[in-house]
Design a protein around this ligand. Structure first.
Ligand code: FES
Length: 158
């Protein structure tokens, strides 16, 4: 994502956490690590990083270097998705759908598995009615606002 690798998980309170996947120790890929005691543990030497990104534990007992931290992207959960902001602080909140509330939205997955395209394309398609009308035959006379309210029930023809 964004030309790099990230790791996403939930902290012990259930909040989303998104870190850079680059371990500041020797550069191992943290996406191969595990969540242990609420912290992200590197697969290589088991340094552990808290949800704030700072190294909180080195199993050999070595002193934790002051700069030992992974970059933490601001993140939030909304509309059944994890949103992250590419920067130190989110400049805006996740988008809202007019006249809709999160509890009224249902998501269906008709296919599972990895997709050979960027995530932003899949996410943007979900609310792109021009795309749905042009490529997936969403009826042109369908009211977009009604469709938004029913988007979880609408099955996109393939
Ligand atoms: S490379 Fe991650 S702890 Fe050593």
């Amino acid at each position: 994502m964004l030309g790099t690798r990230v790791v996403a998980y939930r902290d012990p309170a259930g909040s989303t956490v998104v870190h850079s996947a680059w371990c500041p120790h020797l550069g191992a890929d943290l996406s191969g690590g595990e969540i242990v005691d609420g912290r992200l543990r590197c697969p290589y030497h088991h340094w552990s990083f808290g949800p704030d990104g700072r190294c909180a534990h080195i199993p050999t007992g070595d002193k934790i270097p002051p700069g030992a931290a992974v970059f933490t992207y601001p993140s939030a959960e909304a509309w059944g998705l994890v949103w992250m902001f590419n920067g130190e602080h989110a400049d805006f909140a996740p988008p809202v759908l007019p006249d809709a509330d999160e509890g009224g939205i249902a998501f269906e997955a008709h296919e599972r598995g990895e997709r050979p395209w960027h995530t932003w394309i899949a996410v943007s398609n979900g609310v792109d009615f021009q795309h749905l009308r042009t490529l997936h035959n969403l009826p042109r006379d369908r009211d977009a606002r009604a469709s938004r309210r029913r988007c979880g029930q609408y099955r996109v023809p393939s």
